[in-house]
Design a protein around this ligand. Structure first.
Ligand SMILES: *[C@@H]1O[C@H](CO)[C@@H](O)[C@H](O)[C@H]1NC(C)=O
Ligand SMILES: *[C@@H]1O[C@H](CO)[C@@H](O)[C@H](O)[C@H]1NC(C)=O
Ligand SMILES: *[C@@H]1O[C@H](CO)[C@@H](O)[C@H](O)[C@H]1NC(C)=O
Ligand SMILES: *[C@@H]1O[C@H](CO)[C@@H](O)[C@H](O)[C@H]1NC(C)=O
Ligand SMILES: [Zn+2]
Length: 442
């Protein structure tokens, strides 16, 4: 891709990237109407990091000096409302699309699509079938279509071909690859020669989710796991510094969801209420998709609706609107939702975990951490609340990439930025997507 050094934009860090864009866009547009991004040598850089299952309050549980360092020199959001269901795949895809699960189509970790008559599981090859992912376009694809480059160290979906593209640089998912190895690749991609360097990076780590499931979040053994994540964050920060990227890269550290404590005393056994022959069990606890046998919907629903005081049963069309979890064929006709801390099983013989997530996204225990720093962000600023879908328009803004239609709102979240977009956004040439004020902000 031709990149015109003539129009390069060397800016002091205090200058907003969009002001830079403003300065560049006008002459380019008036000269030849080409896409301004092809003429931008120094795109702002952004690295999005997810520590799976890092609950919002873990940072206050043990000393986490590296999280503190980011907050002191950047921002923190206290309440992050993620998307329903509060599982790993739906939420990671929401972060990079700005869409609720019903719209991006990754509605659960385990799915059945009745139109395709196919099943999806994050533990099977179906994970790599593009069609499951193509109801949305992840940010790395949009950045690349826009002339930029992206690098993915194992974000869910990032090793799948989506709308014909992989990230420019990416790692095939391999749980055995160390955090340090993943960080080294990301650093390598960010610090490549200018015409190869990535602008947008995503980095994923499986912990503390795995330990949270096994030990339960209340276990004192979780303290060491959380301290270990803080050390890993410290490693990432050190490597960014060594590569001279720490002041240049906008770093967002967040997670997909929190974790609730379970108990073997709190098990709901479906076999007590309904014959297994009457339905197919699609997704796992605590939000279970139930596909009744042909013609058995009302019978199965009738057996489940008041079956257990710790379990809610919804017909798909009655799922509360605030969940934004109805409008997709991959959402099953009946949805069972356990109350916080409860586990739904068919009988007790299956594997049991001490921690889980997936519950109502307004439960505090389900919510993730959110901190960020870098030239685009304010310093030492604490914001009360955001929705995780707002992250997408924020990232598009930072990357000077035009967002696709989404469920987020830059307006709700722009106070995190060091310079407010309104003052410098070239609205005539690039109108921002209209804010969706369908919820009282703050
Ligand atoms: C769905 O696929 C299964 C095989 O996985 C097959 O047995 C079944 O007949 C198919 N159902 C329909 C309605 O096509
Ligand atoms: C996964 O990573 C481990 C550790 O680096 C390596 O030994 C193994 O060969 C990798 N597996 C695959 C399939 O690449
Ligand atoms: C529980 O379910 C499993 C299959 O998931 C079955 O093999 C087992 O017999 C059941 N146990 C009881 C006590 O019904
Ligand atoms: C979310 O955004 C998509 C794309 O603009 C739109 O189709 C959908 O209706 C939105 N959902 C809600 C609940 O507003
Ligand atoms: Zn998990």
């Amino acid at each position: 891709m031709a990149r015109h050094t003539m129009l390069s934009c060397f800016l002091p860090r205090a200058c907003s990237p969009l002001f830079c864009l403003w300065a560049v866009v006008l002459p380019v547009v008036s000269l030849n109407s080409l896409n301004h991004h092809e003429h931008q040598d120094h795109r702002p850089k952004l690295l999005l990091v997810s520590f799976d299952g890092f609950r919002w309050d873990y940072i206050d549980r043990v000393p986490t000096p590296n999280f503190r360092r980011i907050m002191d020199s950047g921002v923190k959001v206290e309440f992050v409302e993620n998307v329903y269901i509060t599982k790993t795949y739906p939420n990671h895809y929401s972060m990079v699309t700005g869409l609720y699960a019903e719209t991006h189509g990754i509605v659960a970790n385990e799915m059945y699509d009745p139109t395709l008559n196919l099943s999806f599981s994050t533990e099977a090859d179906s994970l790599y079938e593009s069609r499951w992912w193509e109801e949305a376009v992840p940010l790395w694809v949009t950045v690349q279509k826009d002339g930029g480059r992206s690098g993915a160290a194992m974000w869910p979906g990032s090793d799948v071909k989506i709308h014909g593209m992989f990230p420019t640089r990416y790692l095939q998912y391999n749980a055995s690859m160390s955090f340090e190895y993943r960080v080294e690749r990301i650093i390598e991609w960010f610090s490549a020669p200018e015409e190869e360097a990535v602008d947008f990076g995503v980095l994923y780590w499986e912990e503390p989710d795995e330990s949270g499931h096994n030990l339960g979040p209340q276990s004192p053994l979780m303290d060491a796991i959380i301290a270990g994540i803080d050390e890993k964050l410290g490693f990432l920060m050190d490597e960014l510094k060594k590569a001279g990227l720490y002041e240049e890269v906008n770093l967002i550290v967040t997670s997909d969801h929190g974790m609730a404590q379970l108990s073997p005393e709190k098990i709901i056994e479906l076999d007590e209420y309904v014959d297994r022959e009457l339905y197919t069990w699609v997704d796992k606890s605590p939000v279970v998709g139930i596909l009744p046998r042909e013609g058995k919907l009302d019978e199965v629903f009738g057996l489940l609706v008041d079956a257990n005081p710790n379990m809610l049963a919804y017909k798909k069309e009655d799922v509360p609107l605030r969940f934004h979890y109805q409008h997709n064929t991959r959402i099953m006709p009946i949805l069972l939702e356990a109350k916080e801390g409860w586990t739904i099983m068919q009988n007790r013989s299956g594997p049991f975990m001490l921690g889980n997530h997936g519950y109502d996204n307004t439960l505090r225990s389900m919510q993730p951490v959110f901190v960020a720093r870098g030239p685009a962000f304010r310093q030492n600023y604490v914001k009360t609340s955001m929705r995780s879908v707002d992250l997408y328009p924020l990232m598009c803004h930072i990357l000077s990439t035009r967002p696709l239609p989404n469920n987020g709102s830059l307006l709700n979240i722009q106070d995190l930025l060091s310079s407010q977009p309104a003052a410098s956004t070239p609205t005539a040439a690039h109108p921002p997507s209209p804010p969706k004020l369908n919820r009282v902000p703050g």
